[in-house]
Design a protein around this ligand. Sequence first.
Ligand code: ADP
Ligand code: MG
Length: 658
Amino acid sequence: MPDIIHLLPDNIANQIAAGEVIQRPASAVKELLENAVDAGATEIRLLIADAGKQLIQVIDNGKGMSETDARMCFERHATSKIHEIDDLFRIRTMGFRGEALASIAAVAQVELKTKRTEDTTGTYIEVENSMVKKQEPIAANTGTSFAMKNLFFNIPARRNFLKSNAAETRHIVDEFIRVALSFPDIFFSLSSNGQEMFHLERGTLKQRIVQVLGNTYNAKLVNVQEQTDYLNIYGFVGKPETAKKTRGDQYFFVNNRFIRSPYLNHAVMSAYQEMIAPDSFPLYVLFIDLDPSQVDINVHPTKQEIKFEDEKIVYAFVQAAVKHSLAQFSVTPTLEFDLDPNIQQLDAINKPFTNEQKEAASSSPLFKNFSERHQSHFIQPTNKSELKHWKDFYEGADRPAGGGNSQDSQDTAMGQEGGKKFESLLDQLRKPEGSGSSLGGFSSLGSTPAAGGFGAYASPGQGRLELVVNEHAPLTQLHQVYIVVPTNRGFILVHQQLAHERVLYERFVQVGADKAMATQRSLFPVTLQLSVQDAVLMNDLMGDLNQLGYLIEPFGNQSFVIQGTPADLEQGNEKMIIENLLEQYKHFSSDLKFSKREKLNRSLAWQQAIKPGTSLSEKEMRSLIDDLFKCQQPNVTAGGNPTYIEFKRDYLEQLFKR
Ligand code: ADP
Ligand code: MG
């Protein structure tokens, strides 16, 4: 038998290694932009074609490379940024591993043009499959241009794995925004298929935030700035009123590097406590600068997660800094945060946040208004209830209690299982971003209520009796949230919002290409001005939204006109509905692996469901309950929350020790 172990050729080894660094066009964008920043550029242009699948080009006016460096830069572990292992703990540059260009050269066709100021001619190099195809001197401006063509041309399996152009473009825009936000004194532009999407002049951080995230934030940013010997924090947080129903514009940068940190996110959120609705998310763009030796940026291959030497200090500091800023803003709402920074350093502004101030803040009209925001209208269910099969159930099942056999109550058990499965699935999917288990004590924020109590009332030894709503007993609404519904087995407590969410969700699922939802044309069509990010998303969703009853048309320049909304939706706040919808959709798109349509269905169901605080007439409650039990799976929302909790008669008896 011959020996069987052999060394892989370099280009294949490189392709394999590249998998870790370059997963999609956006990963290459990140690496190339960071290299341009590291090269000291003051102007960086990003050009993409076909969502980066055909072309990603980054042109900078940085320091350029010598002829030898231009060849070297494509070697694995070729870097100018560290020399010895200790350098890792002093790192101030974005890159340092020397892997990015080697990886890119392994999976795409690359053209590099570069020149240093001190050289009279520049260098042009073509690389393909990790091999130099061509090299020649060239006339060029100082700086570097990397053009990366046909990503994964030599790995068709990976190329096929890429998502739709809209999705890949969104990832690219996300990366672009992260870099653009952290370097407001660098000019950035992004053109896609020859059309400029971003043109970001150099300016202050605040100007950059507004340029990137939208004009609506202009007057709604609160400055955060605290300095200590150990670390500095600066940036902006949104006034409480900017809080959205979904995690959207939230950015942390540590030493100018974008990071994800549920832990620090929690610190910010806790600073907003009692100023915003518990399930809403404020904008923040926060920069933490500290001695690089106090952070380990090396934990995650794509460097979005970091470890702090002393996490608790950073947490407390972030929380205090944000709290402090918000307190200033709430107590003195007239304070203009464009003021000269010297004024903002005054004692009156910097003095600690006292209990009195806190009280003043929470009794301000602004604070009070929060609790009233996001209230949706009630949708009058239009379907005539089809009670027939319910009657059948009722009549068939309404035998004397205990008349069944002694098997475990299967339907309840299934409901419980189903609920748990959904919940744990959702938890798993949420993990990367979520405030989940890894956070120990901090799990309450942002997570949905556990399905724990759901179905917990099933007691063994119960007859297998189909749950049937008693259609003669009156329904009672409690706290404008719950509906008490008498059944053949006891009663169920229905959560009006979650139940409605299930009903709507199934309705949307049924709307197909052939059967669109009825639209009501608006008398006064509303124009919607979106950020570039959202406009890309809207273009992607428009077709499906039309099917679902939202008639939205492009109006040029990131504007859209809402021509109509679903017929059973009250007209008047179309704009807010669509904006919230996009936010909710983005929330799903980050982690969950659902189809576009599934995400839309869920977002719309969430969006349109009647909210707690809506009082319902007997008739409205009845038709909600009818609709709910006509659903394929009435007991949970698509997101896995229980829609009702059952209280069985014999369980109640046990409670009363009968
Ligand atoms: P790293 O950034 O981790 O050092 P890369 O593979 O991204 O590794 O880049 C390798 C080297 O190529 C860099 O260290 C830098 O010296 C050089 N380089 C890359 N991009 C540029 C650029 N745009 N301008 C000047 N030099 C560059
Ligand atoms: Mg790099």
